[in-house]
Design a protein around this ligand. Structure first.
Ligand SMILES: Nc1ncnc2c1ncn2[C@@H]1O[C@H](COP(=O)(O)OP(=O)(O)O)[C@@H](O)[C@H]1O
Ligand SMILES: [Mg+2]
Length: 190
């Protein structure tokens, strides 16, 4: 049976890198980059205050379903953080996680606005994609990104390890990272 694998997670966790490395080790596989699909098919209505595309979710859902039909018989690997918000039947979802300071470094390098970086760091710390994925999918696994993650994904896909969702808690990493930011005061007064 052909597989549908979704790699989701906060921008900068390593989805695109991981999807490409996974595809090399999964026979008859194809990678679909969801951001590319959104841009090519103009599946966005406007841009938010950071210039990020506001996605037409219904249109994206239909397009993803069309891609699955088109690639019937192939193992399809979707790369996209937004897929945690959709429901794709039969998909195995991998929620990639990464340390808060690492994501910050990567997004700074990409030139993201400070506010957008902060938003993404909060998403990672609160496990936004993990929570959404759990609400929308049946098979969801969280894994730390890194050099051994492809091996771990393959073990999960081939059921060599018991399929068990283990949440990764990175919340405590957030405060030391945002505390370093200029003009950011963090205090609780009673
Ligand atoms: N395992 C890894 N080790 C070191 N750097 C990595 C790793 N995975 C990703 N990166 C780097 O992090 C950056 C973001 O990775 P990318 O795959 O583009 O993330 P995403 O697609 O989730 O936004 C890239 O510069 C990539 O080279
Ligand atoms: Mg990417």
């Amino acid at each position: 049976m052909a597989m549908i694998v979704i790699i989701t997670g906060t921008p900068g966790v390593g989805k695109t890198t991981t999807a490409a490395a996974l595809a090399k080790r999964v026979p008859d596989s194809v990678v679909c980059n969801v951001n590319q699909i959104i841009t090519e098919r103009k599946l966005y209505s406007s841009r938010d205050r950071y210039g990020t595309k506001v996605v037409k979710m219904r249109g994206l859902q239909l397009e993803i379903e069309r891609m699955i039909r088109k690639n019937a018989g192939k193992n399809i690997i979707f790369d996209g953080h937004i897929l945690c918000e959709l429901r794709i039947r039969g998909a195995t979802v991998i929620v990639l996680r990464e340390h808060i300071r690492t994501i910050k470094k990567r997004l700074l390098k990409r030139g993201y606005p400070v506010g957008k970086i902060r938003e993404n760091l909060v998403c990672e710390a609160t496990d936004y994609c993990g929570a959404k994925s759990q609400a929308n999918y049946r098979k969801v696994y969280e894994l730390m990104s890194g050099p051994t993650v492809v091996d771990k994904i393959l073990q999960l896909l081939h059921r060599k390890v018991p399929p068990k969702m283990q949440q990764i808690d990175l919340l405590e990493e957030l405060v030391p990272v945002i505390k370093k930011e200029k003009g950011f005061a963090l205090s609780i007064r009673s």
